[in-house]
Design a protein around this ligand. Structure first.
Ligand code: NDP
Length: 826
């Protein structure tokens, strides 16, 4: 073809990237070993796995197949390295991370080509997106390493982190995992996906090049059953960070339940791409290409559901077909190619199966007229119209280049359709009306919302899901908290461990209460009158009459009888009955959840209003301070002065969260683009919570106040031992203008009620402060709809202490970050 011919036809010529340096690198290194303690190690099994080039189906490399002995060795290396890396000054870690970023840039072309060969994605994407973002991630987190001591005071690294990543963005996912972990002083054992290990192995070489201390990063290739599962269950791993399918995420949640391992899960999605009729349709078409055909649709946040306003649907679909006809699919190393290969024959089969099912279910399928290459694993861009929202292809993550389109009439219908999914990872909203777009964005339940753009990522802006898309964030400051824990926690827990071994500790008084000062009158008790005497602040003895009233449940702002018709005794520390509360059951919990959902308008109201109500609750509590203090004494046997201190602390806590209600708002990021990202702290929704036994009032207020301050509605199981301080709050709430259903209280057997709450599909998060066993049950049961959990594994905290009992940790647990991307400029 000569120049004239090209001008005549405007055909693309081939623009191949050479594979030679990458193939040479592979040849020099294979068979690849495991990377443990900065050494290349022969796998204990002596076995190797074949890595295939999906663009031609031919073998590419031999990588080691690790087994559990290798996992033990890698974890031991990481543990040993943690001793010094975890204590190294932030500046030291920052220097290493800066060096890693520089080396990634120095090897950027090799990494880009390796990634294309191993995964099948196009060189345009690996060169222009994956690898630059990898470098950016290390630069950005080098900054957080430098700033950790000043910006995250009171936090320390978690320890040894097990990281498991998928095949769709092999090196980028590695960077998203390793960069924040190292920045915060953790050490790492990482398992790449079975199909795509090569760039992780090149990364290991970079680790050696920059002289990172041995054992800080360990990389184990191999099978999920040998490496992934062993890592997840390993007793010396303190945290698991996982990206992959929701099913595996759920099994990891179950496997780690009750172990005390921190966990972050970035799972699947079925993200809506919402187009209003005033959108610029030509831009929308390019947006759709990016949303669903980028990386062959093998993207967790792919805009796989196109929701179009009815009056422009036909016009958009015909524009899309024209564009699809022009997409170029083929050799991933050709720089003029738009779409590469599917990662594996198994994945290709799964896409084919789901597409066939879509056709069977009655949707109309359309594909361009050109044919795919016959060598390698390719699938053409595919568009489904006439799709009903309940069909498989509209609900299931296909993870391939398949777009399903549906229509809507009004913005409210668009939001309802967008949220009609069990996932909540991302969404795009297209409209030239910024008022409309910014109104709709917060209503879509998703971790990232892109306005007039799609698939935007940056290290500064956290990424992660709502609902079954997982929990935790990667990137941004919020992502750092996945890799740290409050420093007091380890200290407090080791104190508690030694105190259960018999050693008395100064914290005992605050945590477990002192001996009762209540004195029983034996004669009156013998007469069945139970009149107890209590010393007040002035040492005057006052008679405290017996209490025999039965507080009901508090649901939807009303005091309602327990469905069971049973009550349970509440006893004092001497096992004397001091009252009864309702025995809650499954039905009461269901009613409470329904009430909490019906009160969802609470989050939509102003933060100012929520603050006012919290102040008002504090004011009304103060009016009844003596009554509440006496109740604490009665239930716990603690001195009255102590009890007054607890009531005052509860009032102060309400003030704190009233103060925070309109201040924990989020930030504006300036990523490298023309535009801004609004990182908004949003309420999680409906939170179920079990209160601690220590501090019956303060424990209850410390959990309820931050949750409602941030706009959540709650179902509270008060302390099982001492529920009366919570039930006494009914009247306080009733007189404080708290809307019905924002706080619902169900008394009864804590662990049984928590099980119902954790199983409930309409509860978005569970907080549990009780036993180690109960914590495990909550984590296990919450795997059903992947609720976020916050449990104490049976470790008490000092609720009077403002570091342990209030603050940012509570606010963070009450919120999830939504990043709204707003590019600007013509
Ligand atoms: P998986 O979730 O199975 O794999 C992700 C990672 O987890 C891989 O490293 C895998 O190892 C490992 N793994 C698998 N099972 C376990 C386990 N039981 N314990 C510990 N680690 C485990 O995803 P697939 O690759 O099988 O893809 C299946 C589907 O998942 C896709 O079709 C897509 O729908 C979804 N997916 C979603 C992703 C996302 O980013 N949200 C990414 C990838 C897939 P190994 O590679 O050795 O199997």
């Amino acid at each position: 073809m000569n120049v004239m011919d090209i001008f005549e036809t405007m055909e693309y010529g081939p623009a191949p990237e050479s594979a030679t340096p990458a193939l040479q690198w592979i040849k020099e290194h294979q068979p690849f070993g495991l990377f443990i303690n900065n050494q290349w190690v022969v796998p204990a099994s002596g076995q190797y796995l074949e890595s295939i080039n999906p663009a031609n189906g031919k073998p590419l490399a031999q990588v080691a197949a690790a087994n559990s002995a290798d996992v033990d060795a890698a974890v031991a290396a990481a543990r040993a390295a943690f001793e010094s890396w975890g204590k190294a000054p932030g500046h030291v870690r920052a220097r290493y991370m800066y060096a890693i970023a520089r080396h990634i840039q120095k090897h950027s072309r090799l990494l880009a080509v390796l990634e294309s060969l191993d995964n099948g994605k196009t060189i345009r994407e690996t060169r222009d997106l994956d690898i630059p973002l990898v470098a950016r991630h290390f630069y950005y987190h080098a900054g957080w390493a430098q700033l950790m001591s000043s910006e995250l005071p009171g936090y320390e690294p978690v320890g040894v982190v097990g990281q498991i990543i998928p095949w769709n963005f092999p090196l980028l996912m590695l960077a998203w995992k390793i960069a924040p972990a190292l920045a915060m002083g953790n050490t790492v054992v990482l398992k790449p996906a079975r199909y795509t290990s090569l760039t992780a192995l090149k990364f290991a070489e970079i680790v050696q090049e920059v002289g990172l201390p041995a054992g800080v990063v360990n990389i184990l290739t191999g099978e999920a059953s040998q490496v992934g599962e062993t890592l997840v269950r390993h007793p010396d791993v303190n945290k698991i960070a996982f990206t992959g399918s929701t099913d595996v995420g759920r099994s990891i949640r179950r496997a780690t339940a009750g172990s005390g391992k921190k966990l972050s899960l970035e799972l699947g999605g079925k993200s809506p791409f919402v187009v209003f009729d005033d959108a610029d349709l030509d831009s929308v078409v390019e947006g759709v290409v990016d949303a669903i055909w980028f990386n062959q649709g093998q993207v967790c946040c792919a805009g796989s559901r196109l929701l179009v306003q009815e009056d422009v649907a036909d016009s958009l679909i015909s524009k899309l077909r024209v564009r699809m006809e022009k997409l170029r699919l083929g050799d991933p190393l050709d720089k003029a190619v738009d779409m590469g290969a599917i990662v594996s024959p198994g994945q290709l089969k799964e896409i084919q199966r789901l597409v066939a099912q879509g056709v069977e279910e009655g949707a109309d399928m359309w594909q361009p007229s050109w044919a795919c290459p016959t060598e390698g694993y390719f699938f053409p861009p595919t568009l489904f119209t006439n799709v009903s929202p309940a069909t498989t292809i509209a609900q299931v993550e296909i993870f391939g280049p398949v777009l399903v389109s549906m229509t809507f009439r009004t913005p409210a219908e668009a939001v309802a359709l967008a949220n009609n999914t069990r996932y909540g990872l991302a969404a795009s909203v297209w409209s030239e009306n910024i008022n409309l777009a910014l109104d709709v964005a917060p209503k879509i339940k998703a971790g990232s919302v892109w306005i007039n753009c799609t698939n935007m990522f940056d290290a500064s802006s956290g990424f992660g899901g709502y609902r079954e898309s997982g929990f935790g964030r990667e990137g941004g400051k919020e992502g750092l908290y996945e890799y740290v824990r409050p420093a007091w926690e380890a200290h407090e827990r080791s104190k508690q461990a030694s105190s259960t071994n018999g050693a008395a500790t100064p914290g005992d008084k605050a945590l477990h209460g002192t001996q009762p000062v209540l004195s029983g009158d034996d004669d009156e008790q013998a007469n069945g009158h139970n009149v107890w005497r209590v010393g007040d602040e002035n040492g005057v003895m006052a008679a405290l009459p017996p209490i025999d009233r039965t507080p009901k449940m508090f649901i939807k702002g009303k005091q309602v009888r327990p469905d069971s018709g049973y009550s349970r005794d509440v006893v004092d520390p001497q096992q004397r009955v001091i009252g009864q509360v309702g025995e809650g059951n499954r039905k009461d919990v269901r009613n409470a959840v329904e009430a909490a959902h019906a009160a969802s308008g609470w989050a939509a109201g102003t933060a100012h209003n929520r603050a006012q109500i919290l102040y008002y609750i504090a004011e009304n509590l103060e009016v009844r301070e003596n009554e509440f203090a006496r109740r604490i004494v009665q239930q716990t046997g603690r001195p009255l002065a102590d009890a007054h201190e607890e009531v005052q602390a509860a009032i102060a806590r309400l003030f704190s969260y009233a103060a925070w209600a309109d201040k924990y708002e989020g930030v504006v990021h300036r990523p490298p683009l023309r535009g801004v990202v609004l990182a908004m702290n949003e309420a999680i929704g409906v939170i179920g919570m079990a209160c601690p036994d220590e501090y019956p009032l303060l424990g209850f207020i410390s959990l309820v106040a931050p949750a409602i301050a941030m706009g959540n509605t709650v179902i509270v199981i008060p302390s099982q031992q001492a529920p009366l301080s919570a039930t006494d709050c009914y009247q306080v709430f009733e007189t404080s203008d708290l809307p019905d259903g924002v706080v619902n209280i169900v008394t009864g057997e804590r662990d049984a009620l928590c099980q119902v709450l954790a199983d409930h599909e309409d509860v978005d998060a569970m907080w549990y402060f009780g036993s180690a066993d109960g914590s495990k049950q909550v984590e296990l049961a919450s795997a059903g709809n992947m609720k976020r959990t916050w449990v104490n594994y049976g470790h008490a905290r000092n609720w009077l202490d403002s570091q342990q009992g209030e603050g940012e940790e509570f606010l963070r647990e009450s919120t999830q970050v939504k990043n709204i991307w707003v590019p600007y400029g013509e």
